[in-house]
Design a protein around this ligand. Structure first.
Ligand code: SF4
Ligand code: SF4
Length: 305
C-alpha cells in the first residue's frame, strides 16, 4: 500500500532563512465528511488560517499534497476496515500532534451501532456479493488504535471550537473548550426547558456543550450529538425519563445509542438498561470516559519529536 501523504512536491521544503509555517493535514476515515466541511465552513477565517499554516494534505479541499511529517493532523472518521486500521498507524507516525474531530473519530460514530449487531448477517442481507466486502465487525474510535493528543467532540463539530483548537496549537497552549453540559448553554440562552415544561425526553444534562443548545432552542430534546460531558451522571437521567416522562426500556436504549453509542458513558448506560449485557466490541468500562484532551500530558502545541 502506498504510504499516505508521501507525494513529493517541488521545493516547498527547501531550506530558507525563514522558518516554514507548521504543516496541517486533514485525514478522512469512515465518516460523512461533515466535520471536514465544518473546517471549510470557516469562510472568514480560512484565508487567515492559510497564512498561518501550510495546508499540506486536505483532499476534501485541494489535490495538492505535501509529504509528511505533519505538525498537526486533524482526523475525521472511525476505523471500520482492515485498511483503515493500517492507515491510521501511518498517519500517527507522520503526525507530531494528532487531534480527532467529531463523534466518528472520537467515539466510533453512528456506524458503531454495528458493534451491537452481526455485521456478517448485515452484509449477507444487503449486498448481492458479500464476498467482496472487506470490513471489520466493529467501528472503533481513533484512540482505540493510536495515541490521540486531543478529542474534539460533536456531530458535526463546532467550527468555532475547531478554530480554537488550531489556534491553541499555533500558540502552544491547551484549547479552551467548555466542559459543561448542554443545559448550561440552554439556560444562558433563556430557553424554556422542554423536559420540565413539555415532558420531552432530553439528553442535555449529560451531553457536552458545543452546539449552543440548538435542539431545545427549537423545542426539541437534545439528541446527545456532542457525546457525554465530563462526569456525566446518566443513571438519574434514565430514572427521570422512566418515572416522570414514561419512557420505556426501548426509548432509553434508543436515546443513548445514537451518534455516540460507543462513547463509554453512553455505552455503559445503554448496556445497564439492557440488563448489563456486554457486546463483542464494547467492554463495559469501569470509569467514566476521559473528557476532551485524551492525553493531558501532551498538551497541544508541545514541540514534536
Ligand atoms: S461526526 Fe457526524 S458530521 Fe462528523 S463525520 Fe461523523 S457523522 Fe459526519
Ligand atoms: S431543555 Fe434539555 S438542555 Fe435545556 S435545560 Fe432542559 S434538559 Fe437541559
Amino acid at each position: 500500500m502506498t504510504e499516505v501523504g508521501m507525494v513529493e512536491t517541488s521545493g516547498i521544503e527547501a531550506s530558507t532563512a525563514i522558518e516554514p509555517p507548521p504543516k496541517l493535514a486533514v485525514w478522512k476515515f469512515t465518516s460523512c465528511d461533515g466535520c471536514q466541511l465544518s473546517l471549510l465552513d470557516c469562510e472568514d477565517e480560512l484565508l487567515a488560517l492559510a497564512q498561518k499554516v501550510d495546508i499540506a494534505y486536505f483532499m476534501e479541499a485541494t489535490s495538492r499534497q505535501v509529504a509528511g511529517p505533519y505538525d498537526l493532523s486533524l482526523v475525521e472518521g472511525s476505523i471500520t476496515t482492515p485498511d483503515e486500521a493500517e492507515r491510521i498507524q501511518q498517519v500517527r507516525r507522520q503526525s507530531r500532534t494528532l487531534v480527532t474531530i467529531g463523534a466518528c473519530a472520537s467515539a466510533g460514530g453512528i456506524q458503531a451501532l454495528r458493534n451491537f449487531a452481526d455485521v456478517e448477517e448485515f452484509t449477507r442481507l444487503v449486498y448481492a456479493h458479500p464476498e467482496y466486502i472487506s470490513t471489520l465487525s466493529t467501528s472503533t474510535p481513533i484512540s482505540a488504535h493510536v495515541p490521540v493528543d486531543f478529542e474534539l467532540q460533536g456531530c458535526p463539530i463546532n467550527k468555532r471550537q475547531l478554530l480554537e483548537v488550531i489556534s491553541a496549537f499555533l500558540h502552544r497552549r491547551q484549547p479552551q473548550i467548555p466542559a459543561h453540559s448542554v443545559c448550561i448553554d440552554c439556560k444562558l440562552q433563556g430557553n424554556v426547558c422542554v423536559m420540565v415544561a413539555h415532558g420531552t425526553p432530553c439528553l442535555g444534562p449529560v451531553t457536552h456543550a458545543g452546539c449552543g443548545a440548538l435542539c431545545p432552542g427549537y423545542h426539541r430534546g437534545c439528541y446527545g450529538c456532542y457525546g457525554p460531558k465530563e462526569n456525566a451522571n446518566t443513571a438519574p437521567l434514565s430514572h427521570w425519563w422512566q418515572t416522570e416522562l414514561g419512557a420505556d426500556r426501548a426509548d432509553l436504549i434508543a436515546g443513548f445509542r445514537n451518534m455516540n453509542a460507543a462513547a463509554p458513558v453512553f455505552l455503559r448506560e445503554s448496556l445497564a438498561v439492557e440488563n448489563g449485557a456486554a457486546t463483542k466490541a464494547n467492554p463495559v468500562p469501569e470509569k467514566s470516559a476521559p473528557g476532551p484532551g485524551q492525553n493531558p500530558d501532551a498538551p497541544l502545541g508541545k514541540p514534536g519529536p
